[in-house]
Every structure is written in structure tokens, then in C-alpha cells.
Write a protein that binds this ligand. Structure first.
Ligand code: URA
Length: 239
């Protein structure tokens, strides 16, 4: 059981005070009866709540898949830069969501945004080794030696030896290559630094998969949607 004002405030219908006057105005029904007491306790899962005649979809957690654009940072708040949270509608911001893991400011592609701390913890914990797959464009010709170096574990500039990764070449030319990179870790600038260790430079980086969750390519950069039930299952069965 939860207070009606708390339920509606958490769903983005305003502050508790605003919700109180909304309820007072007669705009809110519980199980088809107009209610005037915003402090009443109800079970949000079994009661039907309507605001202005429209049924309210109650849930505790939201799970959003965003195609992150370049120039936006994957944080909840920043003094100077726009964040992925700034791109959300107020009704989604009301859940106080945060991005799962980090992408660099200039990296684009799949980022999951949720307020489910437990799932976040599972997905970013080194214990679970969740695969992250990136499409990358490299300034030089990528070759078999690079594939082997990824397999053996690349040592970064600070001496850290990465876990084995997978490098697949889509095409490779002297003036640049397109590749797919699969890694499980998420060290700071990891993919870029792995290529730097091989004397190559990442010129474009896009995350296309996180665990079993694939980026919906129909999402334009900067847009997002809620994940489906099936995608939610896939996300939870990441191995
Ligand atoms: N590796 C990077 O270098 N940058 C990212 O944003 C993600 C992985």
C-alpha cells in the first residue's frame, strides 16, 4: 500500500503539493470513483488509477534504450554539458533514472537508462563479464596481428593488461578500416586505448550491443524508447 500523492508524484504528475490540488480538483479516480483525499493509501498494482479519465500505468522501474548522440555525456547531471538524462521527457525524468555504464562524449550508440539499481549493478559488475560490442572506424589498416593481440589481451599505456577481446574486421584498407570489437570490461576510453597500444586511432565509435540487448537501428541518434518485455528478458539473461 502506498499513498496516492506519492504514487502520482513518483509517476511525474507534479510535486506532492501539486498532486494534492490535482486530486482536490476532482481529476483523479481510483477504481472508477473520484477521490479527493491525496493521502489515501492504495495498492497501485491492483487499483485502477485514472487522471483526467486516462488510466495511469503504474510501475516502479523504467528501462530505456537510447541511441546516444555525440556531444552528450552519459551522466545524470553536469554543469556544462548536456547529459543523456537531459534528452528524456519529463515523464521519464520523473523516475530519476541514470545511465548504465559510460560512453565517451564522442561515442554514439546503445546506452541503457534505468532506475533499477540492482540490474545496473549486475550489468556493470566485473563478476558477470557482460559483452559489449562496438562498431569502430580505425585510421589505419587493421590486420591479423591486431586480432591476435586482442585475443591475447592488450596492455594499455598505464600497464593494465586487458582481458582477451575479440576483433573482427569488416574491411581493412591502407587508409582506414571498419571493425567490430567485443570486450567485457569497461575501463576509461578502453577501446580507444586498446587501438592506441597498437599504434592505431579510433576515429568513430558506436556501441551496438550490450549483453544480449541490441541497438534498435531505427532509433535516430538522440532518441530512445522503452525496451520491450522480450528485450528485458534478454537483458537479464546476459550470459
Ligand atoms: N571504449 C572507449 O574508448 N570509449 C567508449 O565510449 C566506450 C568504450
Amino acid at each position: 500500500m502506498e499513498r496516492l500523492d506519492k504514487i502520482l508524484a513518483n509517476l511525474g504528475y507534479g510535486t506532492r503539493k501539486e498532486v494534492k490540488s490535482l486530486v482536490k480538483s476532482g481529476a483523479v479516480e481510483v477504481d472508477n470513483v473520484i477521490v479527493k483525499d491525496s493521502g489515501m493509501n492504495i495498492d497501485p498494482y491492483s487499483s485502477i488509477i485514472k487522471v483526467d479519465g486516462e488510466e495511469v500505468k503504474y510501475r516502479k522501474y523504467i528501462y530505456l534504450m537510447m541511441n546516444k548522440p555525440a556531444g552528450v555525456i552519459s551522466a545524470t547531471y553536469d554543469n556544462h554539458c548536456e547529459t543523456v538524462i537531459d534528452l528524456l521527457l519529463p515523464e521519464h525524468q520523473a523516475f530519476n533514472p541514470f545511465p548504465v555504464g559510460r560512453l565517451d562524449k564522442d561515442t554514439v550508440g546503445l546506452i541503457l537508462i534505468t532506475n533499477d539499481g540492482e540490474l545496473n549493478h549486475k550489468l556493470i559488475s566485473p563478476k558477470w563479464n557482460v559483452d559489449k560490442i562496438y562498431y569502430a572506424e580505425i585510421d589505419k589498416k587493421v590486420n591479423e596481428d591486431d586480432i591476435k593481440a586482442f585475443e591475447n589481451g592488450i596492455t594499455l599505456d598505464d600497464g593494465y593488461k586487458c582481458m582477451p577481446g575479440k576483433l573482427e574486421i569488416k574491411n581493412a584498407n591502407d587508409d582506414g578500416s571498419e571493425v567490430y570489437v567485443t570486450i567485457q570490461e569497461g575501463k576509461f576510453h578502453q577501446v580507444k586505448r586498446m587501438f592506441e597500444a597498437l599504434n592505431k586511432k579510433v576515429v568513430y565509435l558506436k556501441r551496438i550491443k550490450f549483453g544480449k540487448l541490441e541497438l534498435d537501428e531505427s532509433l535516430e541518434e538522440g532518441t530512445y524508447r522503452e525496451i520491450t518485455k522480450e528485450e528485458f528478458e534478454m537483458l537479464n539473461n546476459f550470459k
